[in-house]
Design a protein around this ligand. Structure first.
Ligand SMILES: *[C@@H]1O[C@H](CO)[C@@H](O)[C@H](O)[C@H]1NC(C)=O
Ligand SMILES: *[C@@H]1O[C@H](CO)[C@@H](O)[C@H](O)[C@H]1NC(C)=O
Length: 349
């Protein structure tokens, strides 16, 4: 039906096509014009001490197919803070926050880059989950570094209860030598949640798959690839990092932006963001083609780095990475840059 519509349009006179273009959706169709207020701000020690973040248990990691080792002792970092709120943290993972003498503070989640792992063994994943859950709002991560390198699978995402029914929103995700950020929605109620490919001028990214419906056995979801190489991995880090933002608006849809450090909107820096002024997002999932309130609710935020796993491991041979994923795992020196350095995560509503 969609292609037929395009065919019909192509045989109409130019003037009518211009007329149709004139009636394109208003700039505010993808987001309500509203200035958002800060609701929760996670930074520095608050990541751990504020009681807002828990570590996933090892058994939960196993359930999700996350790899971890159980061999080394705690790291020696003085700021190590993996004791609070920690029901069963792998003591072999470097997780710490540091407050500098200036006003800024950084939270670092690092893959162990010192322990040798036996051939065929596994290296700890890093994963933190917010205790609070949210249904709608503006979700922002400001990071100066993200994990890079073959075998890594970093992600910043949100997820609802009873997957896939509560939905999943992948704000930052990619694997191995990928150079651009891949943004994905997973919906659970029916096939009726899709990306509106008729409105492709509503986003700058490239649609990789348009149907968001996900099941245990078919869980690709609907993805959009950011066009910008500063949105992921080395390109992101070389730009001094930047900001990822998800605007979850019940009535208009889901929008995602990436801003390199030098392009961060000043209203966001001032903590009074008005996303309707931010320009075309890199990804947009319109409420016109997806029932947002039906498919997405009560989301917790998750930041993690998986090593190999289904995706980075499964697609390893098609990446530009050499050898096998399991060969990478053994050598600790492959993981010196496999860390998140986060200035803050914030939720505005
Ligand atoms: C992890 O280490 C602890 C303490 O050394 C041990 O009791 C436990 O059995 C180990 N778990 C696995 C899965 O190897
Ligand atoms: C979005 O809709 C859900 C369901 O009606 C509601 O619970 C939630 O508060 C709404 N979110 C916002 C930010 O208004």
């Amino acid at each position: 039906m969609h292609s037929l519509y395009k065919f019909c349009l192509s045989i109409l006179p130019l003037t009518i096509r211009v007329g149709a273009r004139y009636h394109a959706p208003s700039p505010y169709s993808r987001t309500t014009a509203k200035t958002y207020s800060i609701k929760d701000f996670y930074s520095g020690e608050d990541f751990f001490n504020g009681g807002n973040v828990i570590f996933q248990s090892k058994s939960d990691a196993q359930d999700k197919g996350l790899a971890y080792v159980n061999s080394t002792s705690d790291n020696d970092n003085d700021n190590d803070n993996d004791n609070d709120n920690d029901n069963d943290n792998g003591s072999d993972t470097n997780i710490y926050s540091s407050s500098s003498s200036s006003s800024s503070s950084l939270t670092v989640f690092a893959i162990d880059s010192t322990s040798t792992v036996a051939a065929g063994g596994s290296r700890d994943a890093v994963r933190i989950t917010s205790q609070k859950s949210y249904t709608g709002g503006l979700f922002v991560m400001d990071a100066s570094k993200m994990p890079v390198g073959c075998s890594t699978w970093p992600s910043f995402w949100t997820v609802g209860p009873d997957w896939p029914y509560g939905g999943e929103i992948d704000i930052v995700e990619g694997i191995n030598d990928q150079t651009k950020n891949q943004m994905t929605l997973h919906s659970g109620t029916s096939n009726a949640c899709t990306i509106d490919t008729d409105d492709s001028d509503e986003y700058t990214g490239t649609v990789l798959a348009s149907n968001c419906y996900s099941t245990e056995s078919s869980d690709a979801g609907c993805s959009i690839m950011d066009p910008d190489t500063t949105s992921f991995a080395y390109g992101f880090n070389n730009a001094g990092g930047g900001v990822f933002a998800l605007l979850w608006d019940n009535s208009t849809g889901m929008s995602m932006w990436h801003f390199a450090r030098s392009d961060i909107p000043s209203d966001l820096t001032d903590q009074a963001p008005t996303p309707s002024t931010w320009g075309t997002p890199s990804g947009f999932w319109s409420a016109k083609t997806c029932d947002i309130t039906d498919n997405f609710y009560d989301h917790q935020m998750v930041i993690d780095t998986t090593i190999c796993g289904n995706w980075a491991g499964g697609a390893y041979s098609q990446s530009g990475c050499s050898g096998k994923c399991t060969d990478m795992v053994a050598d600790a020196s492959n993981y010196v840059d496999a860390y998140w350095a986060i200035n803050y995560v914030a939720v505005f509503q």
